[in-house]
Write a protein that binds this ligand. Structure first.
Ligand code: DC
Length: 236
């Protein structure tokens, strides 16, 4: 239980709903930490691909998680970069090679157990905005603010295309992007271990027609009210 005056913000939802954009912006406004939990699943996936780790080989998976994979985030010129074993993999983890394999990797319970533990340790004192699929349901069940984002598949495809273009990643078509999003959503929502679902106490936001600024203004207001409430409780 986080007893500090800072709240915990969980942002969940389908692929390419703008979760990281929102969580990052909220963290910046509130001077909180931001963690992209999907990047951690992507980094594990990259390691498994590069080292030919078979997901059915439980021993190899566990050994890799326990002894061979070290993930950290570093700030490079104001941007959050994911490092795998000391190497900046921010661009590589967004490639199709990784995007196509990350959802099957995220169904593996040993992977989830390891990453959830790290995420909980990072956020134990609150003051964090984390985005993912199981943040409000598993990682931070007591989060004061839980947001569940949705958007139409057309809008999400466009956003992911723009994101890839801005990162100079060229090996894609709109159809391939849409297909990847739909397949991932299906695997993420139907897996046995902590599937993507809306927490009962989460606020659902369909942001298909909202600008990032409108969404931020609305959620920042919610966060500030909760922070004020928490401070009030701490002083009585
Ligand atoms: O947020 P993202 O699209 O980068 O996440 C990549 C994949 O990682 C996603 O398809 C499912 C998995 N994931 C997860 O299972 N749980 C999380 N908390 C975050 C991501």
């Amino acid at each position: 239980m986080n007893t500090s005056k800072k709240i915990t913000i969980a942002v969940d939802g389908f692929a390419a709903c703008g979760k990281s954009t929102l969580a990052k912006a909220l963290a910046k406004e509130l001077n909180y930490a931001y963690v992209d939990s999907g990047a951690m699943y992507r980094a594990v996936t990259l390691y498994f691909l590069d080292n030919n780790i078979d997901l059915d080989d439980k021993e190899a998976v566990q050994k890799a998680l326990d002894e061979q994979i070290y993930i950290e985030f570093r700030n490079i010129d104001g941007n959050n970069h994911t490092f795998l074993n000391g190497i900046d993999v921010e661009e590589e983890i967004r490639s199709f090679r990784v995007s196509d394999f990350v959802s099957p990797v995220a169904t593996v319970s040993a992977v989830r157990r390891t990453l959830v533990k790290i995420q909980q340790a990072i956020g134990k004192n609150g003051g964090i905005a984390m985005d993912g699929r199981d943040i409000g349901t598993v990682v931070f069940k007591d989060a004061e603010l839980k947001l569940f984002l949705t958007a139409s598949i057309e809008e999400r495809t466009n956003r992911r295309l723009q994101e890839l273009q801005s990162k100079n990643i060229q090996d894609f078509t709109a159809e391939a992007v849409a297909e990847n999003l739909k397949t991932r959503d299906h695997i993420d929502s139907t897996r046995a271990d902590s599937p993507l679902m809306q927490a009962e106490d989460a606020i659902e936001i369909d942001n298909s027609l909202l600008t990032p600024e409108e969404q931020l203004a609305y959620t920042l207001e919610l966060a500030k009210d909760l922070i004020a409430e928490k401070k009030k409780q701490a002083t009585v």
